[in-house]
Design a protein around this ligand. Structure first.
Ligand code: UD1
Ligand code: MG
Length: 457
């Protein structure tokens, strides 16, 4: 196998997006467009990936980290000029170079691989990925000669009426013989409507020299969608979402309404889990088998074990055990661990806490910075008072504690094993093992006093 390289074009400003965010960083199913491209290329055997970045370069580097090397295109003078920036890095190498746009996130590694295979098998100097578009507006068109061989590519803005009727489009992905590519780039000019150096012009330069240029036509136009504006972005999101959801369904996950279920690309879900409509599952989330998620549930960066039910709730950056019940209307905030068989009911908020096995907070509680043991019962309306206005403090509740309704546990405080807090208490001191703590004013009943008040009114 010969050397293989990849150049990702990602320096364009993306004016048509009308955004402060760098175009190729707009996420599709939770991942920046350009990262989809890099991740797909990474599945192929390539020696080096070079990403051309410009405006906003630093933030692209931060996103892609060590997955690619980078070259800077100071001024965005066109796609050919962008590839030229990789000359120093790759120009003197022998091999095949895949050039791909950072705004085509749907092109799969299978298609890239098939393109490379055809390119290497035919010995062509260039192979273009093309597709038939029902509406080819905005794309470069493939011009073929009377024998059907590729002759050149004409950009939409430079095309005449006849050329505009062509439905075969340039996907912006190509394979080149590396040395031929960098040699031909020297001859690209900017004499066109946009005054840009067009990479597609390399094709006409090669065919004029009688070099072999072929096209690899995919039958799936959707894959080649280039995201230039927010309309195309939503279209890419829809297509990617469908792909992801179908993948989960094929793996044994039930999605009640796939068109209304939003799952990021890196999410993993076990067999026989059922996802109800309106659920958004994002980031690096892992969900076990036999769970029920939703409806209307948001889960981000969580690890959730088997047979857990989460209904109409929001759960972020947390670890949830098996056979847990959460919701409806619970809010689990970052750095929380909920052990097996726990129950978190309606209007309960938990933050940065450990909630032990079999423990329950069934209604209307706030638990923050707490370490809660096993089989604890947090009564309705009870809260940890974790913040003194300056610092956060720990509430420690040991195994089998019963916290009566409407209690305030003023941290730092420890409630020892097996103890019992009377309803309505404000606990400021530690409670010893197996003790009953009552911290509230005593009740006074004034006989007939209400009647007296009523009679004076
Ligand atoms: C480009 C192709 C068009 C093809 C379409 C497929 C050219 C001239 N046209 O058009 O034939 O049908 O993609 O989606 O190549 N970029 C740079 N530096 C620049 C300009 C662009 O890095 O100076 C990058 C952009 O970030 C983008 C990619 O190159 O990721 C393509 O640029 P874009 O402006 O989107 O080109 P299209 O008009 O979509
Ligand atoms: Mg584009």
């Amino acid at each position: 196998m010969s050397n293989r390289f990849a150049v990702i074009l990602a320096a364009g400003q993306g004016t048509r997006m009308k955004s402060n965010l760098y175009k190729v960083l707009h996420p599709v199913c939770g991942k920046p467009m350009v990262e989809h491209v890099v991740d797909n290329i990474s599945k192929l055997q390539v020696n080096e990936i070079v990403t051309v970045v410009g405006f906003g370069a630093e933030i692209v580097r931060q996103h892609l980290g060590g997955k690619s090397s980078f070259v800077i295109q100071e001024e965005q003078l066109g796609t050919a000029h962008a590839v030229m920036q990789a000359k120093e890095a790759l120009g003197d190498q022998k091999g095949t170079t895949l050039v791909i746009c950072g705004d085509t996130p749907l092109i799969t590694s299978e298609t890239m691989s098939a393109l490379i295979k055809q390119h290497e098998e035919t010995g062509a100097k260039a192979t273009i990925l093309t597709a038939i578009a029902e509406n080819p507006n905005g794309y470069g068109r493939i011009i073929r000669n009377s024998d059907g061989a590729v002759e050149r590519i004409i950009e939409h803005k430079d095309a005449n009426e006849e050329e505009l009727c062509i439905h075969e489009i340039n996907a912006g992905t190509y394979c080149f013989d590396n040395e031929t590519l960098f040699e031909a780039l020297e001859n690209v000019t900017n004499e066109n409507t946009q005054g840009e150096y067009y990479l597609p012009d390399v094709i006409a330069i090669l065919t004029a020299k009688n070099e072999l240029v072929t096209a690899f036509q995919t039958d799936d136009f959707e894959e080649t969608l280039g995201v230039n504006d927010r309309v195309a972005l939503s279209e890419a999101e829809r297509i990617m979402r469908k792909r992801i959801n179908e993948g989960h369904m094929r793996n044994g996950v039930t999605l009640i309404d796939p068109a209304n279920t939003y799952i990021d690309q890196d999410v993993m879900i076990g067999q026989d889990t059922v996802i109800f409509p309106g659920s958004c599952i994002s980031g690096k989330t892992m969900i076990g088998e036999g769970c029920e998620i939703g409806p209307n549930t948001e889960i981000s960066n969580c690890e959730i074990s088997h047979n857990t039910k989460i209904c109409q709730s929001a759960v972020y950056d947390s670890v949830i055990g098996a056979n847990v019940k959460i919701g409806p209307f619970a809010h689990i905030r970052p750095e929380t661990t909920i052990d097996d068989e726990a129950k978190i009911g309606n209007f309960v908020e938990i933050k940065k806490s450990k909630f032990g096995k079999g423990s329950k907070a069934s209604h209307l509680s706030y638990i923050g910075d707490a370490d809660i043991g096993k089989d604890v019962n947090i009564g309705c309306g009870s809260i940890t008072v974790n913040y003194d206005g300056q610092n956060k403090h720990l509430t420690k509740i040991e195994d089998s504690v019963f916290v009566g309704c409407n209690s305030n546990l003023v941290a730092p405080v420890t409630i020892q094993k097996g103890s019992y807090i009377a309803a309505g208490s404000t606990i400021t001191d530690d409670v010893p093992k197996d003790a009953l703590a009552i911290a509230r004013a005593r009740q006074v009943n004034k006989e007939n006093y209400a009647k007296k008040l009523n009679s004076t009114n």
